[in-house]
Design a protein around this ligand. Structure first.
Ligand code: ARG
Length: 399
């Protein structure tokens, strides 16, 4: 029986090498699937690349709307930043891409599922777990299975006439609507400052001398309008990416703990995500109680951890989703951002669900808050702490 493999194909170095490997080393017919999650590639060009590599069939799937509505929006609701920094752009796209591959795999009666992930990264975890949750077919990952490194891949690509563009030779890039990840090359020394030309989305030079203001309107945790203009989800994210990028906002550079335990230096351009998460988190503080704020930040951290770690469909993640969804009921309002020479600051917020009460908060004569109530409260609030501190002092004198 002819072996037939299906592969999520980006047209980049790894997945191009994998097509050839599947054909030559595994003696397979290959079907490629390119899932558009807003990476901005020319789909026709990628299809041509796949055909040139000799695939028997190629699929192009536009999953941008699903990506925004079912992955990006929930991540905004969760203020999702892995290790407080990374907006999960790559991590969110992988389960969706794998899901699309599975759908076509069923239709095409394939005998194996393939991906181009290495054994060092997180993407293998996200792909394997999603694929395994929906199929028992063997998973083939030639880069991992054959322990291939990038240098060997580049030589292999050259030998097989696979064209790789010059940026891809210097860095390993992954991008979609939610962000652009830049890895490898000179960035592998964590002390090296990223070269300016690594950045495409965020301006680093000749930034405007006047601040840029952006007013983001949320409805139940979802951004629906910017600067008074209601926008479709995809357009809205593209717009915020563009405006924030032009103001120099959205570069992230940090050391990240991968699922497999390796520490990696990651550089990202995430202008839209940086602004939207900052604005959303700020609005939540205004409409949620102190108790909700404290507890939700724990939930948010766990949500980001699970999404990062390939456990998108885990029951715990579903439970957290239910909590987060319910918590978004009052998260409606407008947040005003000020962007100036790469800095981002929330400078205003308003909401009909605001728990901020001017009459209570004000230091002026308009105050309705009777300060005398506070005395007894503070006494009780600190009762155990003050007892413990006094006791510690007493006992330490004895020693
Ligand atoms: N460290 C990020 C993650 O695991 C981004 C990785 C992007 N690079 C890639 N080649 N897939 O989600």
């Amino acid at each position: 029986m002819t072996q037939r493999g299906i592969l999520a194909f980006s047209g980049g170095l790894d997945t191009s090498v994998v097509v050839k490997y599947l054909q030559e080393e595994y003696d397979m017919e290959v079907i490629t699937v390119t899932v558009d999650v807003g990476q901005g590639d020319d789909q026709k060009e990628i299809e041509a690349k796949a055909k040139k590599l000799g695939v028997i069939k190629h699929y192009n799937i536009d999953a941008r709307k699903e990506f925004v509505e079912d992955f990006i929006f929930p991540s905004i609701k969760a203020n999702a930043l892995y290790q407080k920094k990374y907006c999960l752009a790559t991590a969110l796209a992988r389960p969706l891409i794998a899901q699309k591959v599975l759908e076509i795999a069923k239709k095409e009666n394939v005998t194996a599922l393939a991906h181009g992930c290495s054994g060092k990264g997180n993407d293998q975890v996200r792909f394997d777990i999603t694929l395994r949750s929906g199929s028992d077919l063997p998973i083939i990952a030639p880069i991992r299975d054959k322990n291939l490194d990038r240098d060997t891949e580049l030589i292999f690509a050259k030998k097989h006439g696979i064209e790789i563009d010059s940026v891809a030779k210097r860095f390993s890039i992954d991008q979609n609507l939610w962000g652009r990840a830049i890895e490898g090359g000179v960035l592998e020394d964590p002390y090296n400052e990223p070269p300016e030309d690594a950045f495409i989305w965020v301006k680093t030079k000749n930034l405007p001398d006047t601040p840029t203001y952006m007013e983001i309107k949320f409805d139940k945790g979802i951004p629906v309008a910017v600067d008074g203009q209601v926008m479709e989800p995809i357009k809205l994210i593209e717009y915020v990416n563009k405006i924030a990028g032009e103001a120099g906002v959205g570069i992230v550079d940090h050391i990240e703990d991968r699922v497999v335990g390796i520490k990696s230096r990651e550089v990202y351009e995430t202008p839209g995500a940086t602004c939207l998460i900052e604005a959303h988190a700020d609005l939540e503080k205004m409409v949620h109680t102190k108790h909700e704020n404290k507890f939700k930040s724990i939930i948010d951290d766990e949500w980001a951890y699970l999404a990062y770690s390939g456990l998108w469909q885990d029951p715990l993640k579903q439970d957290l989703d239910a909590f987060i969804e319910k918590s978004q009921n009052p998260v409606s309002g407008i947040v005003k951002l000020k962007l100036y020479k790469s800095s981002l600051r929330v400078v205003g917020r308003k909401s009909e669900y605001s728990l901020y009460n001017h009459k209570i908060a004000t230091y002026s004569s308009e105050s309705t808050f009777d300060q005398r109530m506070a005395k007894g409260f503070v006494e009780l609030w600190g009762i155990q702490s003050t007892e413990a501190i006094k006791l510690q002092k007493k006992l330490s004198k004895k020693i």
